[in-house]
Design a protein around this ligand. Structure first.
Ligand SMILES: [Mn+2]
Length: 328
């Protein structure tokens, strides 16, 4: 079974963004109504000429504590809609006029045959990446980053740098190649040479692991002590200009700012700190990104989904003027 999205399903009914654009015919939908695609981008599966395909991977079978991230993509999309209404703060530009972005819908996998899920997600990513489009993926629990990395490494060469925002390092040992575990996928990714630990950095960590596998860790107390400017400086020093994948687990934020997630940990970053850091990463060679672990059932007033939508939007804008990265 595949998605039933068709290219033109929604094309006639709404403006791509809430604000009026000469390219987009009226009528626009009101901010509070209409199709809830990411940032009001058109739903579709035609990848020709697309710069970035936003898609969801609604998986939560790999969680260790509270499930519910399968509903994350829908919540982040809904929260993103109001961000499309006005010009983009603080960029002072209209990045979505220069960047052809579609909402590709969600990855389909068979939740009742869990051993097929990793390959289904990898295949979903391969299809998008083969077109030349980049991916911005909405989770889903954090396990999804593992099959996404497999496809990105196939496309861009190995190993990639990883910028990883999280309360958890997700490098806990796991010798089961086929396990569905959202706490061990970077252990596998490093062991399999998908990411280079010496060129990778984790931000916001506040859980214990006796071995971080050579990844530079800027834990949450470090960020609080040194501030966002020093954090950005360290991230850029680690990744340099190497092809980089950015993964943002929303539980990097303190539960005060992101209660709607499966494994919250106190002492995290504020949404303001996180946005400030992400917006300063403009120089990185970003080959792909995801925002994961939004579990709306534990959310209040959509605060977590809104933070995730803001972060996803700003990560999307980081992709707007990347120089081409040749495939391997
Ligand atoms: Mn986490």
């Amino acid at each position: 079974m595949t998605s039933t999205f068709q290219k033109d399903d929604f094309a006639a009914g709404f403006s791509q963004s809430g604000h009026h654009s000469p390219q987009q015919p009226e009528p626009a939908s009101p901010t509070y109504a209409g199709p809830l695609s990411f940032m009001r981008r058109p739903y579709g599966r035609d990848l020709s000429g697309v710069d970035v395909a936003v898609s969801g991977v609604p998986l939560d079978l790999a969680t260790t504590y509270r499930p519910g991230a399968r509903l994350g993509p829908a919540a982040v999309r809904a929260a993103s809609v109001q961000l499309a209404e006005l010009g983009v703060y603080p960029w002072g530009i209209a990045p979505l006029d220069a960047l052809n972005v579609i909402d590709y819908g969600d990855c389909w996998f068979d939740a009742h045959r869990p051993w097929t899920i990793r390959d289904a997600i990898t295949a979903h990513a391969r299809t998008i990446l083969a077109s030349g489009a980049k991916m911005l993926t909405l989770g889903g629990d954090h396990y999804i980053t593992y099959p996404l990395l497999i496809a990105h490494v196939e496309r861009f060469g190995r190993p990639l740098s990883l910028i990883h925002f999280d309360a958890h390092c997700d490098t806990w040992p796991d010798e089961h190649a086929d396990s569905l575990n959202h706490g061990t996928m970077f252990y596998k990714a490093i062991r399999e040479g998908l990411i280079d630990p010496a060129r990778s950095v984790q931000v916001g960590i506040r859980t214990w692991n006796s071995d971080f596998m050579g990844v530079r860790v800027l834990d949450a107390p470090w960020v609080h002590r040194h501030g966002t400017a020093a954090t950005v400086e360290e991230i850029l020093a680690v990744t340099g200009d190497s092809p980089t994948y950015l993964t943002f687990d929303i539980d990097c934020l303190d539960p005060a700012f992101a209660p709607g997630t499966g494994t919250p940990v106190s002492g995290g970053l504020s949404s303001a700190q996180a946005l400030e850091i992400v917006r300063e990463l403009d120089g990185i060679q970003l080959v792909g990104a995801d925002v994961v672990e939004v579990a709306p059932s534990y959310d209040h007033s959509d605060v977590t989904a809104l933070a995730a939508a803001h972060l996803a939007a700003d990560i999307l804008y980081l992709m707007r003027h990347q120089r081409p990265i040749s495939a391997s």
